[in-house]
Design a protein around this ligand. Structure first.
Ligand code: ARG
Length: 460
């Protein structure tokens, strides 16, 4: 069916119909389209276009259509241009003549904006719930190894020792920001576009506030031309999805390394790894590699829509129909990746001795030594020099931190008085880092407790 045609002498060509139709992908908006159309029928009653019987007839028919749409047969042979057209055809088939009034004072340009916003609000809620699931798994994993020490890296070189829970809580913070970001995306989508018409505002005096209340929108949009040409809400979602995928891909990369034979820190569960068809010994981190790989698809979706929107003249252009595939694609890949990441986090075992040994045998304690010298009165620049020479001497003579006694340290530099040798154990230096947000054991214990509380609040 077409929602237009009077002005044409011949119908569209087969190739154009095939090329321009969007039903194949925008049918995903059918629930939103029906809900929006039911609210619109109520609005048409309020402006006197529909009688209350007609409105009731339409709303009831839509309920039945919605129920029917769950079955695949609903779409068989459907040659409609898009989901909006399909829904109106189904209404006509079911309710007859009264359906001819449903599109009074409404344009598909505002309808597609409405449907996408309705769909996006729910998708933001779904993603936020999945984020909380992954965050909960991280907090639980942190709680399982509260005292484990790992070397933290900069430039992929061992830098300073940190607690394993401190490392995990860094990812917790990234996902907490993602949770906020999807909240922002939801807030920005939460404006009712109906009443905007094709671009100039509807020719019927709709009570837009009443429509907004009916569909649970926080407010109404301000400018009809803006509505017609706007896909910022889709871009906001895609940006939030891309950033979340970047975070997931970094966790994936870390754990692919940490679970390798070279590191040997982590054991991934059998359930989230796969074997090789040729090499019997292999246990590959495919789940994490796929998360890392899907990040590319989601960022591609953001790029795709940004490029589509760039330079489009005001207001609606059919190019904008191309927003849905990247939007749905990103939403699905992100949801799948979050689910997968949670399962991986739940499956993982830390072999705490391996990262502890990695910390102990390297010079992650160097900063602790330099700062202790500075606390004891040596200006930091000199302290840095002393410890630098101390490390150089150790590297030259093949000595690990544990290979030094307090007496030998004093011989190396008289500034190493008192208890400096204790700082050769990475666990000890950490105790000076009790600044809020630092890796001091007390700071981390409070951060972990606070993370649990924040999670409970976010789940409300
Ligand atoms: N299917 C279109 C889209 O998704 C909405 C219909 C508007 N079409 C039009 N020719 N004005 O963007």
């Amino acid at each position: 069916m077409k929602l237009w045609g009077g002005r044409f002498e011949t119908g569209p060509s087969e190739v154009f119909e095939r090329f321009s139709g969007s039903l194949e992908f925008d049918r995903r908006l059918i629930d939103a389209d029906i809900r929006g159309s039911q609210a619109f029928a109520r609005a048409l009653e309020r402006v006197g276009i529909l009688s209350s019987e007609e409105r009731a007839q339409i709303v009831t028919a839509f309920d039945a259509i919605q129920a029917e749409s769950a079955s695949p047969a609903f779409y068989s042979g459907a040659a409609d241009e898009d989901v909006h057209t399909l829904v109106i055809r189904k209404l006509k088939e079911r309710a007859g003549k009264v359906a001819d009034k449903i599109h009074t004072g409404r344009s598909r340009n505002e309808q597609v904006s409405l449907d996408t916003r309705l769909w996006l609000r729910e998708e933001c809620d779904r993603v936020r719930a999945l984020l909380l699931g992954a965050m909960g798994a991280l907090v639980d994993l942190a709680g399982r190894y509260p005292d484990a020490v790992i070397p933290g890296y900069t430039h992929m070189r061992r830098a300073q020792a940190v607690l394993w829970p401190h490392y995990l809580l860094a990812y917790f913070e990234m996902f907490a920001r993602d949770w906020e970001r999807f909240g922002d995306a939801r807030r920005r989508a939460d404006f009712l576009p109906l009443g905007s018409g094709a671009l100039a505002g509807s020719g019927f005096p709709f009570d837009r506030e009443a429509m907004a209340r009916d569909l649970g929108f926080a407010a109404v949009t301000f400018n009809s031309m803006d509505v017609s040409g706007d896909r910022d809400f889709a871009l906001d979602f895609l940006y939030a999805a891309s950033v979340a995928m970047i975070h997931l891909s970094r966790l994936a990369e870390d754990w692919i390394l940490y679970s390798s034979e070279e590191f040997g820190w982590l054991e991934l569960g059998d359930g989230v790894t796969s074997g090789s068809s040729l090499m019997p010994q292999k246990k590959n981190p495919d789940s994490l590699e796929l998360i890392r790989g899907k990040c590319g698809r989601v960022m591609g979706s953001l790029t795709s829509l940004m490029v589509t929107m760039k330079g489009l003249p005001m207001t609606y252009n059919r190019d904008m129909q191309e927003d849905k595939v990247p939007l749905f694609e990103a939403a699905d890949q992100l949801a799948g990746s979050l689910e997968m990441a949670r399962a991986v986090v739940e499956s993982v075992k830390l072999n705490a001795a391996a990262p502890a040994a990695a910390a102990e045998e390297s010079w992650v304690v160097a900063t602790d030594l330099a700062e202790a010298l500075a606390r004891a009165g040596t200006p930091f620049h000199q302290a840095h020099q002393i410890v630098g020479r101390f490390v150089l001497e150790s590297v030259r003579s093949g000595r690990k931190p544990a290979g030094w006694t307090a007496e030998e340290m004093r011989q190396f530099a008289p500034e190493f008085t008192g208890d400096f040798a204790a700082l050769l154990d990475p666990k000890n230096g950490m105790r000076s880092r009790e600044v809020p947000g630092g890796t001091g054991p007390n700071a981390v214990a409070s951060a972990l407790a606070a993370a649990r509380e924040r999670l409970a609040e976010m789940s409300l």
